[in-house]
Design a protein around this ligand. Structure first.
Ligand SMILES: Nc1ncnc2c1ncn2[C@@H]1O[C@H](COP(=O)(O)OP(=O)(O)OP(=O)(O)O)[C@@H](O)[C@H]1O
Ligand SMILES: [Mg+2]
Length: 333
C-alpha cells in the first residue's frame, strides 16, 4: 500500500451532547487529493480542525506526516497549510502584509517572505490590491488571499475547508488548475467540499461523510458504479401523475427511485440501454400517463450523494421518499 500522509482512525468528537464525529477513519496517500464530501453539519470542519490541531478529539487517533495530532501539534502546524472555511486574515493589514506575516510564522527570511508574498499576490490576481488594507477587499478577494496565505510556507500537506465556496466560476477553475499543479509536484491535499463537480475533478478518492460518519469511500467512478449502470429520467406532463408514474417505473429499476415535484421528474437507477427507454415509454403510455421527456444517462456524483444521504449536496433537506420505501439507502438509517 502506498504511504499514507494523513491517517485518521476512529476519531470521535462531541460538542457537549452534540456528536459531530462518530468514529471517522480515512487515509490520504502522498501527492493525492482526498475529497471529503458532505452536507451542512456533516462534520467536515470538525475533522479539519482536529487534523490541523485546533481541536482535540475525544477518542481515536490521527497522524499527519507521521506526527500525532495531539502529541505533536507543534510539528504539524509547521508543516501543514490550512485555509479554513472562514477567512482568517487581518482586516487592518494589507494583503501583502498578511502574507508576509504568515511567512514569518513559517520562519522564512525577510527576502523569502517578500518573494513568496509577491508570488502569491500574482498567482491569485491580487497584485493591484496588494497594498490596500484587507477591509477594502471584496468577499472573493479575501477568500483568494486566505487561500494564498495557506500556500506561503509551501507546505507538503494542505488542508482546505470548502476552498472555492464564494469564488466566481473563473477563479474557481483557476484555483483547481493551481491545486492540480501543486499535487503534481508532490503536495498531499485534504479538501472538503459541497460541490460534487469539484470532488469529481480534483479528488483521487472521495469520502462521503454524513452525520459524523463516513458512509461511502472510493474513486468517483467507483462510487458511481456502486449505483448501477445508468439512470433513467422521465419528465411527466402532469405533476399530479408523478407518483403513479414512479410506481410503474419502479418495476424497471432496483428500487432507487427519486421524485422531483418541481421538475415533474422521476429518476430510476437501471441497467440502462435503449430497451429500458422503450419499456418505460410503453408502461406509461398503457397507464395513460403523458410523457414530456425521457432518456438514460450515466449516474453523476449527485445521484450517488442523493442515494447515500437522502439529500442533495449542500441543501441539507430530505428529498421526496421512495414511494414504496424500497431499496433507497439512507446514511442515517
Ligand atoms: N463550536 C461548536 N459548538 C457546538 N456545536 C458545533 C460547533 N461546531 C460544530 N458544531 C456542530 O457539529 C456538527 C458538525 O459541524 P461541522 O461544522 O463540522 O460540519 P460541516 O460539515 O463543516 O458543515 P458545513 O458544510 O455547514 O460547514 C454540527 O451539528 C454542528 O452544529
Ligand atoms: Mg464546515
Amino acid at each position: 500500500m502506498a504511504e499514507a500522509v494523513i491517517e485518521v482512525d476512529g476519531i470521535e468528537k462531541s460538542y457537549k451532547t452534540n456528536r459531530a464525529l462518530a468514529g471517522v477513519s480515512l487515509r490520504v496517500e502522498r501527492a493525492t487529493v482526498l475529497g471529503l464530501l458532505g452536507p451542512n453539519g456533516a462534520g467536515k470542519t470538525t475533522l479539519v480542525r482536529i487534523l490541523s490541531t485546533l481541536l482535540k478529539p475525544d477518542a481515536g487517533r490521527a497522524t499527519v506526516a507521521g506526527y500525532d495530532v495531539v502529541e505533536d501539534a507543534e510539528a504539524i502546524r509547521s508543516i501543514i497549510g490550512l485555509a479554513g472555511q472562514y477567512a482568517a486574515v487581518d482586516e487592518l493589514l494589507t494583503g501583502r502584509e498578511n502574507l508576509e506575516l504568515v511567512g514569518r510564522l513559517y520562519h522564512l527570511s525577510r527576502i523569502e517572505r517578500r518573494n513568496r508574498a509577491e508570488e502569491v499576490l500574482e498567482r491569485f490576481s491580487l497584485t493591484n490590491a496588494g497594498d490596500r488594507p484587507v477591509k477594502t477587499y471584496s468577499g472573493g478577494m479575501r477568500r483568494r488571499l486566505d487561500l494564498g496565505a495557506s500556500l506561503v510556507g509551501r507546505p507538503e500537506v494542505l488542508i482546505l475547508d470548502e476552498p472555492t465556496t464564494g469564488l466566481d466560476p473563473r477563479t474557481r477553475i483557476e484555483l483547481w488548475q493551481y491545486i492540480e499543479a501543486l499535487v503534481r509536484d508532490g503536495t498531499t491535499l485534504l479538501l472538503t467540499t459541497q460541490y460534487l463537480e469539484e470532488a469529481d475533478r480534483l479528488a483521487h478518492r472521495i469520502a462521503v461523510i454524513d452525520g459524523g460518519k463516513v458512509i461511502a469511500e472510493g474513486t468517483g467512478d467507483e462510487l458511481k458504479t456502486q449505483l448501477g449502470g445508468a439512470v433513467l429520467e422521465v419528465v411527466v406532463a402532469d405533476s399530479r401523475k408523478l407518483k403513479e408514474a414512479a410506481r410503474w417505473l419502479e418495476r424497471l429499476g432496483e428500487g432507487r427511485i427519486r421524485l422531483d415535484e418541481t421538475r415533474r421528474l422521476v429518476t430510476v437507477g437501471t441497467e440502462g440501454g435503449a430497451r429500458v427507454v422503450v419499456e418505460a415509454g410503453q408502461l406509461l403510455v398503457e397507464a395513460g400517463i403523458e410523457i414530456d421527456d425521457i432518456g438514460v444517462r450515466r449516474p453523476s456524483l449527485d445521484d450517488v450523494f442523493l442515494s447515500l444521504t437522502g439529500h442533495a449536496a449542500g441543501d441539507g433537506s430530505e428529498t421526496e421518499e421512495n414511494p414504496k420505501q424500497g431499496g433507497t439507502r439512507h446514511g442515517r438509517a
